[in-house]
Design a protein around this ligand. Structure first.
Ligand code: GUN
Length: 283
């Protein structure tokens, strides 16, 4: 069997067409949706990610405000910037690109963002909302994965879902979303003994470890759905995921490619959350 491809690029493109219509509807009611993106320092990878977010905003007609702060900016200045954006009615989403420099306390900064503008879903209130099953702003990457899973038409309820990677940004919220949909969830991480013993049982395998070549076919159940969240640049410049795509494809029923799988969906869900925030302004 050769798995069917879950085409994230195509789904993202289709969703963005709908976003443009929602933006027009908002504008007709006098609201121009706006997203503020804060970048502290000049981490090259973060610059690329921020650039992609700004580009996606432009494509969908969402106003973006890019705030670049120096790497040695004080925490107080970052908090002041966030507070100004919290008060600004023309801004519906605030995102602070991670990682932050070590002298800035991540928790303080995340908690300073208004819960109503926390389009990344990283504020403790939104984390709690996700835990209790009433998420307002689901974190963008797992939210995108959820929509990719939906395209397969497979009901997640009762399935064995194994998430590899336990980060706050992907692995943990992903596990919670799958649990909300009544999957039996296992979250594996760097200290998991015998990873293959868990992954081989997965009907749905989601890999977000940041390790190229981590998942080989012997670790995958025949007919599994495999979602690869990894984005790794190899020394030869190629971008690959965490899954040995060609080999695992022969065993899976559905698989996401890298690039063109989860990546385009992450930015797309950021726009979805921003629009949702702007639409909530009417309620
Ligand atoms: N850095 C890596 N992933 C993310 C993300 O989803 N949001 C933000 N703000 N920063 C990140």
């Amino acid at each position: 069997m050769s798995a069917q491809i879950i085409d994230g690029k195509a789904l993202a493109k289709q969703l963005r067409v709908g976003f443009r219509q929602r933006v027009e509807q908002l504008k007709a009611r006098g609201v121009a949706p706006g997203l503020a993106v804060i970048l502290v320092g000049d981490n090259p990878a973060s610059r690329v990610y921020v650039g992609n977010k700004i580009k996606a905003c432009e494509e969908c007609g969402v106003r973006s405000l890019h705030l670049g702060l120096a790497a040695d900016v004080s925490q107080a200045e970052v908090l002041r910037t966030i507070e100004q954006l919290n008060q600004d009615d023309s801004i519906h989403g605030i995102l602070i690109q991670l990682p932050l420099p070590p002298h800035i306390e991540l928790a303080r900064v995340l908690q300073a963002i208004s819960v109503h503008k926390d389009v990344d879903g990283f504020h403790l209130y939104n984390v709690g909302a996700l835990v209790s099953g009433n998420s307002i702003f689901p974190p963008c990457t797992p939210y995108g994965v959820q929509l990719l899973l939906d395209t397969t038409g497979i009901d997640v309820a009762g399935k064995n879902a194994v998430v590899v990677g336990a980060s706050n940004i992907v692995g943990k919220p992903m596990g919670l979303m799958l649990l909300q949909r009544e999957a039996t969830v296992t979250i594996c991480h760097a200290k998991t003994r015998d990873l293959a013993q868990h992954t081989i049982l997965a009907d749905i395998l989601i890999v977000a470890a940041g390790k190229p070549g981590l998942i080989v076919p012997q670790m995958v159940k025949e007919g599994a759905i495999v979602i690869d969240v990894g984005i790794n640049r190899l020394p030869d410049g190629r971008i690959v995921g965490d899954v040995c795509f060609d080999e695992v494809r022969e065993k899976a029923s559905w698989i996401t490619p890298v690039p063109g799988g989860v990546g385009p969906m992450t930015v797309t869900m950021l726009i979805e959350n921003t629009l949702r925030s702007a639409e909530r302004a009417f309620k």
